[in-house]
Design a protein. Structure first.
Length: 320
């Protein structure tokens, strides 16, 4: 739409925001069906063409754990060797352990991520080990990645609420987060895994990290939109100086522990808001919407993203 959204900057917000696109990994791993490897690689290429500079490609987990990503080697290699993909594109991958790291490094991955939990119960149910044991497993992964010249990002799940334990004490989140940073993670992504956070909680948690000596430059945010709070929570984080936001094209993804979850924050919805605030993302919204509509067609269902539905629907109407 010409002239929309209207740009009205808000004083104090960052001039630029980096979008950490997780659709190809966090989004597609939650699909009931299997997306063809060629379509996954094309998805990454289309997202890059839309201007996204950091795209999480896949996860090097055992195929029995996540069969939707059993083709990790094939997809990563296809993207890596695609002449249409810029060598400057950041292509992080998730690794659960040393075996996963070795697989990723063997293909030339330069950015990896580990996935930890802020709560004991989720660590036991998702990682099949205690919280402390999980961190002990990640320590050699992060060290070895660094020795190989790769950067490691730390995902921290259940930062605001846990389906078994209820509200999560910010002090507990800070304790685990600081341990991840101290072992060598360059960035910490704070995850609202079941989408229960509200803006006040976001401010309280970021403030708790600040009091522990962790500045916002080390933090990213990862919100799910279960209760429609993802954009409000993102804005709260931006007002505190956070400049990296995780999002999933088309709103793909979800959480098996929150059956009502509508998935990750949709990248298009985020870009629409940031554009209206005068914040630069480098993303072409039209191309991004077309990409998510393309993937929705392959998945056989409409995109959950409100912006995709609004703009793709408007585009279809113009063609009639």
């Amino acid at each position: 739409m010409n002239g929309l959204p209207m740009v009205v900057p808000e004083p104090g917000l960052p001039a630029e925001v980096t979008i950490h696109e997780v659709g190809p990994r966090d989004g597609l791993q939650n699909e009931s069906g299997i997306v063809a490897a060629a379509d996954k690689a094309a998805f990454v290429r289309r997202l890059a063409d839309a201007g996204l500079t950091t795209i999480e490609v896949t996860s090097f987990v055992p195929p029995a754990w996540v069969p939707q990503l059993a083709d990790a080697e094939e997809v990563f290699t296809a993207v890596r060797d695609d002449p249409a993909v810029s060598p400057a594109l950041n292509l992080p991958v998730l690794v659960p352990n040393m075996r996963g790291l070795d697989r990723a490094l063997g293909l030339g991955a330069q950015q990896v991520a580990v996935f930890a939990s802020a709560t004991e119960t989720f660590a036991q149910r998702n990682l099949n080990r205690s919280l402390d044991a999980a961190l002990e497993m990640f320590e050699p992964v992060v060290r070895h990645a660094s020795e190989d010249g790769a950067w490691t990002r730390g995902y921290l799940s259940m930062c605001f609420g846990d389906p078994w334990e209820g509200p999560v004490d910010p002090a507990k989140v800070v304790d685990v987060g600081v341990r991840l940073l101290e072992m060598g993670c360059w960035q910490l992504s704070l995850g609202d895994t079941i989408g229960v956070a509200t803006p006040g909680q976001v401010g309280a948690l970021i403030g708790a990290f600040a009091r522990a000596g962790v500045g916002v430059g080390k933090l990213a945010v990862h919100f799910h939109d279960t209760y429609g709070q993802a954009l409000a929570n993102t804005l709260a984080a931006l007002r505190l100086g956070v400049t990296t936001v995780d999002a999933s094209a088309g709103g793909l993804g979800g959480c098996p522990y929150a059956k009502s979850a509508t998935g990750n924050l949709a990248t298009e919805d985020l870009v629409w808001m940031l554009t209206g605030l005068g914040i630069d993302t480098g993303v072409d919204l039209g191309r991004l919407v077309a990409t998510s509509a393309w993937m929705a067609d392959r998945l056989g269902r409409p995109s959950p993203s409100r912006t995709v539905r609004a703009l793709a629907g408007a585009s279809a109407g113009e063609k009639q």
